[in-house]
Design a protein around this ligand. Sequence first.
Ligand SMILES: [Zn+2]
Length: 439
Amino acid sequence: MNATSHTPEDTALRAEIKDLQQRLADVIAQNQRLQAELEAIRNSVGWRVLEKAYRLRRSRLINVITAPMLRLAKAYLRGDEKRVASQRTRESALRSPTASEASWEKLKASLHPVPCDLCGADQAAIVLSPSPPPHVVRCGMCGLIYFNPQPTPEALREFYSSESPEDYTPRLREWQGELSAQKAQKLTEELNFLEQWLRRDDARPHNANQRVRFLEVGCAFGHQLFCAQQKGWEVVGVELSAPAANWVRQELGLEVHNGTIESAARVLPPESFDIVLMSHVLEHVLHPTAVLQAAASLIKPGGVIAIYVPNGDSFPARHDFDHWEWTSFPEHLYYFSPSTLARLLTKCGFEVEQMWTCIGHSNSEQLYKLIQNCLSLRSLEEAAQVAETLGSLCLLSDLRVVARKLNRHDTKCAKSLSENSPLLIKEGLGEVNITPRTS
Ligand SMILES: [Zn+2]
């Protein structure tokens, strides 16, 4: 067709495009008005908690405990005031309580300032300001909470591989303990839950005769890998601690890559895994974006990733970040919230399928006591009920997400969305698909 001709079809098409452009402009303008309104509300009342409650208004739990909900909203928001207060009072350095002097000195010498890993901005506001560094900061652009300055990869690797009794590997061995029948059952149930997501994918129905290919990043002493193998899955582990990786190879006879997921992605076959699990790993790494991009390169299109991390926006974290059970350096370098984690997943080509919080690896008794004190409740039973509500509001300490790797076309869409619409998934503005989960 001649470029200058104007056929009736051509004119109709132009009109249609003009109409679409107008509608797009309207949507953008409306969105900006909405954002401004939301900002105003957010700053005035316990909006974040109440908005989530409102969204879940049909939930039985909300109807049962509406009065504690309001007190909860107040206590939750009081967390920010406490953070400011602790900035003034805290004097001792925040550090892993058990890291050996030798590895601590090496880590300290390697500390260097870093920009935000999620959005690249260098506008972090100090949340906690222990003296000397590292500080816990929150990115002024995207809300990501992280330690700054951070150690070098070499210092961190040494810390994880050290067999000094106070360092990571011996403590990891102690935390994991023996794989009891009860623990194996729990881990297997987690794997069964993840397996359902393969069957739910209509676009790429999972062939039942094909063995599930499972990759665990940060496999430690291989308990979850072992359970996956017992299910008949083909399993591969990635582990930074050399002693732990060697143990899994020798004692369990399983394939483990000793190193980071980035180095594993250079040697493992691309797009070859159905499920990738990262249980309490992403908060430990220096570059979460690079880690998720490496994971994405190893997952089949339509395959899923499951990520468990401490929830930096949880009720206990906001109440007292300093004494929160997950505040630990250099083990933990990042603290994700539901919105920053969702934003990171979108950035790396994933679509969030389900996001929820649970008590998980946290100390439940400690949590119930905290809730009881904060809300002046009579019993721990009442506190347990409130904890259930905190779970449905995504405010418990263990944040979990299942996300699906988009195919190449979808990835392009997701990327342009996250780059052109930085306000869409902003801390507290609730563009995240948060699904309550009762189990
Ligand atoms: Zn940022």
